[in-house]
Write a protein that binds this ligand. Structure first.
Ligand code: JHZ
Length: 407
């Protein structure tokens, strides 16, 4: 574990505004009950110079990502989101037979949608060994995406992308917040990207986290919590100016930024978002102090509701053993027997237990068998999809974020 004392973008000393205590690594699911759980601190620090919020510690990436239980393709909503991105890029950036590289390609979810949209030259890069070449039938092979089993680095950029005449499109969705050395990451992009190529990043947006009280998305994998301002500063420092930004609903609110080697004129969206951040006080440390109180509000209310339901002998099951869901249970001190079990359709998660809270993760069929009275939506970001799949059960839903409510 490495301590962070200065900003990873501008090297300024940092100030703490949130302390969520010591919690387990939420994607390191356990296979048997263990009385001792490895825990690491979660403290969020603010940089007064470039406005980046960041964790006070960095966990060894090998420990977090060599075996990764999260499979992006489980959500239809996310697959659709990926397809929409592929179609949009095809229309707006009509490259001739482009090479598309996806960094942290996970189970190939995004690139498979690029393939569906007509792209032909695709390369995924991902460090998780368990996500490589897991093909179960012939269809899967037909769909296979060439994937390099590695972290992104300058060396990978040089050996695999620059030698193939560089990439036209590089995507990095839901990985940028996980990266400690952002300078190395962007140096790699500079090596791998064509002069007219585009680099597209999607990352959870700090404004949504803050305004919608999404404190459960603060966990050890997420080292940085981005506003646009620090991203602009970082990218400009690498001669990769951001020329466009979009605000998206995915994952509780994200931004998609487009950068290039100065090949495209800057869109109004960049200036507009910076103005919005400034006008709404996001560059001012004093506005961050109140966040801890909002967190306590959810923590207390969720704890009380689950205790009341338990006392009334109601059966509560979770849906979505998401990293954020597990972090929520740990922050709120929720354990069995308050939650009977958690349904998750990711085969890699089933049969395991949540670290710290020791709740069983079970397949979807368990909903039919157990017939819960309440379903706690731990992946609240996919609430419509989860509700659609379970509405026939007639259970009530507990939505924990932004404020605990029962529907
Ligand atoms: P989900 C992920 O975090 C991963 P998580 C990552 N850490 C990241 O950066 C953020 O997103 C942004 C299951 N599920 O996507 C699948 C079903 O079982 O909210 C997942 O285990 N059935 C890289 O883990 C979980 O729920 C379904 O129908 O917090 C969802 O996890 C659906 C829709 C999901 O992200």
């Amino acid at each position: 574990m490495k301590q962070v004392n200065e900003c990873r973008i501008c090297k300024t000393p940092l100030r703490k505004y949130l302390d969520l205590g010591n919690v387990p690594l939420c994607n390191n699911l356990i296979t048997q009950y263990s009385p001792v759980t490895e825990k690491f601190p979660i403290r969020v620090l603010f940089c007064d110079e470039c406005y980046l919020s960041q964790l006070s510690v960095v966990i060894d990436p090998e420990k977090l990502y060599s075996h990764y239980v999260y499979h992006s393709s489980v959500s239809q909503t996310f697959k659709q989101h990926c397809f929409d991105l592929a179609v949009k890029l095809k229309a707006e950036f009509p490259f001739d037979l482009p090479l598309v590289v996806d960094i942290a390609s996970n189970d190939g979810c995004l690139l498979r949608q690029f393939k569906k949209a007509g792209y032909q030259r695709l390369l995924g890069i991902d460090p998780a060994q368990n996500l490589m070449n897991k093909y179960e039938n012939e269809e899967d092979f037909k769909d296979a995406i060439p994937t390099l089993n590695s972290f992104w680095s300058k060396e990978v950029a040089r050996e695999y992308i620059a030698k193939a005449n560089c990439a036209d499109i590089i995507t990095a969705t839901n990985v940028f917040a996980h990266v400690d050395d952002l300078n190395e990451f962007l140096d790699g992009i500079n090596i791998a990207l064509k002069d007219k190529g585009i680099f597209v990043v999607e990352v959870p947006y700090f404004v949504d986290l803050f305004r919608k009280n999404e404190f459960d998305t603060i966990y050890h994998e997420h080292l940085s919590y981005f506003l646009l301002a620090p991203l602009i500063r970082l990218f400009n420092g690498h001669a990769l100016p951001i020329f466009k930004v979009e605000h998206l609903a995915i994952h509780g609110g994200s931004i998609r930024i487009y950068a290039s080697k100065n090949a495209y004129p800057e869109d109004r969206s960049v200036e507009d978002m910076l103005e919005f951040e400034q006008m709404n006080g996001f560059y001012d440390y004093s506005n961050y102090i109140s966040f801890a109180t909002k967190v306590d509000g959810v923590r207390n209310k969720l704890g009380q509701i689950l205790l009341d339901l338990y006392n009334c002998e109601k059966k509560v099951m979770g849906y979505g053993a998401s990293a954020k869901g597990i972090s929520l249970l740990n922050y709120c001190g929720v354990q069995t027997p308050y939650i009977h079990s958690i349904v998750d359709e990711t085969p890699d998660k089933q049969g395991k237990m949540t670290p710290g809270s020791h709740i069983d993760i079970v397949p979807f069929e368990m909903f039919e068998k157990e017939r819960p009275d309440y379903i706690l939506l731990l992946a609240w970001n996919f609430a419509p999809e989860l509700i659609e799949k379970t509405k026939h059960l007639g259970a009530k839903y507990i939505v924990p974020i932004p404020d605990v409510r029962i529907i």
